[in-house]
Write a protein that binds this ligand. Structure first.
Ligand code: SAM
Ligand code: SF4
Length: 309
């Protein structure tokens, strides 16, 4: 039976204002020609076509989506597409201080914010150039703008943030944050199994966590009496491929049926029925599972900043 694919992750740029060591090389990315990247009109057209194929939820990602000029206007246009039930965005938070309120007004429903350390020195080591304060101000601005249930994503890194697991969980004591720990996926130039830490480490560090269910790819936990939740995302140790309901479009217009596969379907230049057919072909081509663990590295030859996570 064909599976239900109702979630589109749309990468709107491969550029970023940080250089997270698990995501991209130290020198960042080779800047693509402006014309190689989908225009705002193309992004809207592809989103519209995906919605006509069953997509109900769209997440903007990158690179860092907030460095893309016109992102607020794009959000407004995507939210206006008939059939879009949820518009979300994943960001490193650096530019949120100024953009949170406009994004909220443009119709963004939910935010995921990457926050890999609560220690300023460690944060700048992981991101190679980031200032923790900016991201914390971004999170505060998002709350002030009315975003609720903000997801705070931390990629588990053995030598960088494993010691902070309890501190992250403490963030959920007073606030309705969803703190999510993501297992490192070794990708292209950033493949580094030495830093990999199973999400089991979270349950060992905070044994009070009680399982309360699931939310998409995350297993959900809560410390009894705390406001927020803790999510474990285990692409490596517990595969969730069989339940995967998502497709991805890269910033240069390729549809990826699976994050870890080489298979890509070019969408650029297609319109109307042709575009729809190509998207349906991508949905039908979703593989049953990935082979990350067996092969030691993702089969996908791109780093995460090119795909959007
Ligand atoms: N720049 C935005 C951000 O950092 O949130 C959006 C793009 S980023 C590629 C999307 C998500 O992918 C982030 O939560 C990031 O932590 C995650 N990510 C990037 N590289 C990863 C890797 N190698 N393994 C696991 N997660 C990764
Ligand atoms: Fe940039 Fe996000 Fe990748 Fe970090 S994870 S380098 S913020 S795209």
């Amino acid at each position: 039976m064909a599976r239900k694919v109702d979630y589109l992750r749309l990468s709107i740029t491969d550029l970023c204002n940080l250089r997270c060591r698990y995501c991209m090389g130290e020198d960042g990315v080779v800047k693509k020609q402006h014309r190689e990247i989908l225009s705002l009109e193309e992004l809207e057209e592809m989103a519209q076509a995906a919605v006509s194929c069953g997509v109900k939820k769209i997440r903007l990602t990158g690179g860092e989506p907030l460095v893309r000029r016109g992102v607020v206007d794009l959000c407004r246009r995507l939210k206006a597409i008939d059939g879009v039930e949820e518009l979300a965005l994943t960001t490193n938070g650096v530019l949120l201080r100024d953009l949170a309120a406009p994004l909220r007004a443009a119709g963004v429903d939910r935010l995921n914010i990457s926050l890999d350390s609560l220690d300023p020195a460690q944060y700048s080591r992981i991101t190679r150039c980031g200032d923790l304060q900016q991201t914390l101000e971004g999170i505060a601005a998002a709350e002030a703008a009315g975003f609720r249930g903000i997801k705070l994503n931390a990629v588990l890194l053995r030598d960088y943030n494993a010691a902070e697991i309890s501190e992250f969980v403490e963030l959920t004591r007073e606030k309705d944050y969803a703190v999510r720990f993501i297992e490192l996926m070794p990708m292209a130039v950033c493949a580094d199994w030495d830093q990999y830490l199973s999400a089991e480490a979270v349950l060992e560090a905070v044994p009070q966590l009680e399982r309360i269910g699931g939310d998409g790819v995350a297993e959900l936990y809560r410390v009894p009496g705390y406001c927020g939740t803790v999510g474990l995302i285990r692409p490596i140790s517990h595969r969730f491929c069989a339940d995967c309901n998502r497709i991805r479009i890269t910033a240069d217009g390729k549809l990826k049926p699976c994050l870890h596969s080489r298979s890509e379907i070019p969408l650029r230049g297609l319109h109307g029925g042709e575009l729809r057919e190509a998207i349906l072909e991508g949905i039908a081509a979703k593989p049953e599972r990935h082979f990350l663990q067996e092969k030691g590295v993702s089969d996908c030859r791109r780093d995460m900043n090119e795909i959007g996570g």
